[in-house]
Ligand binder design. Sequence first.
Ligand code: NAD
Length: 498
Amino acid sequence: MNLRDLTAALYLDAEQLQGGTRIVRSPIDGAEIARLTDDTPETADAKIAAAAEAFKGWRLVPAPRRGELIRLLGEELRAHKEALGSLVTLECGKSIQEGYGEVQEMIDICDFAVGLSRQLYGLSIASERRGHRMTETWLPLGPIGVISAFNFPVAVWSWNFALAIVCGDPVVWKPSEKTPITALACQALFDRAAARFGDAPVGLSSVLIGDRSIGERLVDDRRIALVSATGSTRMGREVGPRLAQRFARSILELGGNNAMIVTPSADLELAVRAIVFSAVGTAGQRCTSLRRLIVHSDVYDTLVPRLKQAYAGIPIGDPLDKTKLVGPLIDRDSFDGMARALENAAGEGGTVTGGRRVLADQHPDAFYVEPALVEVPAQTDTVRHETFAPILYILRYDTFEQAVALQNDVPQGLSSCVFTTDLREAERFLSASGSDCGIANVNIGPSGAEIGGAFGGEKETGGGRESGSDAWKAYMRRQTATVNYSDALPLAQGIKFG
Ligand code: NAD
């Protein structure tokens, strides 16, 4: 499907995609696909004001009824999975299977949120005073700002949006300036769900088009109670302190530098498959992409040649073609960053296999690369830095302690995994002295998390959690209430006063 077909299939306003100054290009061939009009400070303010107004009514709607709106959104997503998945691929360049997978993730979180809308449980707490009852209740928080990255242009919004809406909070979304069309498509699908729902307030969901300056409006606006910001650690360093300054809540989902430890007892067949998917999937542009491989000396000389062989056969090309597993990088900057990292790694004694630009004659304005394997003698600063491209650094280890120390010795703390059939090693990896990451897997690669668990990471990854488990609590405020139904006024801690 081309953009014109997708525009119609996803109810996009064709006029809204033309006439503006923000040029949107497809990384598939570098061609211009739309020109959008950016929000101005005034239009952004109006959307935030509408969200604040919507909150007044939406917080009073019973949560299971709020869940009905998300159920309807899930239906729209099911009906439009192919079109929206194709648009994801067209706009951010991930393989079409991953485009569909991203929409499936949205459907899954909608299902999760619908169930959650009947389970926003509080607590009943034993009071130390006679004739008193103490409870903890979760109440809607306020309008939520979502800032998202280009590489998961729609799923990250849905993780936040589905939970926020059932929790009673309107959402204002600032998508990546590289992928604004998918955001407008999500809004159009939501509008259809809202029309079927009947009485959803205006301003419950809106999209801000623009770059970081429009994102800063969300960050600095006191009407926005929480900002969930996904992107680079650089962005988090700017956004985090600004939010803290006005005591707003934040969920920061920032860069990763994810590792796999391959032990002597590992099933190497499984390991190779997991390595290839997690290192080259989405052309290495997942926050959870595998970036560091830490291999025991006993299996190094078996594993690494098998990996090189597997890499040599990876089909690279147009991501809309189902037979291609690796699509393009998002843009020239990304390619330049990859070339720089490979040059630095080589200068530090690394041996590079792959990493060359391909298909440049066919697509002079697009950036397809061979995924690179780099055998490095040590974990240098280049290895410690997240380069958002398909580079896999390979390190050797001799003792398990050494492997875990290498795995943890980076500034980021998102995802990690160990391949082992040794129960002790697996349990040590998951223990307090094991992986320091928010995600730790055994015999599974570091990428491709399910929505049921809380997603996020430690250290420079920002500490935020979103999606499943009890991540919903960040979108609500906790109220502790004590009711005295006795005819006395006993004070806590037995204090006598007068
Ligand atoms: P980016 O930081 O360049 O941009 C992300 C978003 O932040 C964009 O919408 C951008 O406009 C906005 N932004 C940037 N500076 C801002 C500021 N000062 N104030 C307000 N908004 C601002 O990231 P990117 O290149 O789009 O995405 C790649 C990065 O995102 C990688 O580092 C990747 O690891 C990370 N990422 C993390 C997760 C996660 O869950 N941890 C998920 C996806 C991507």
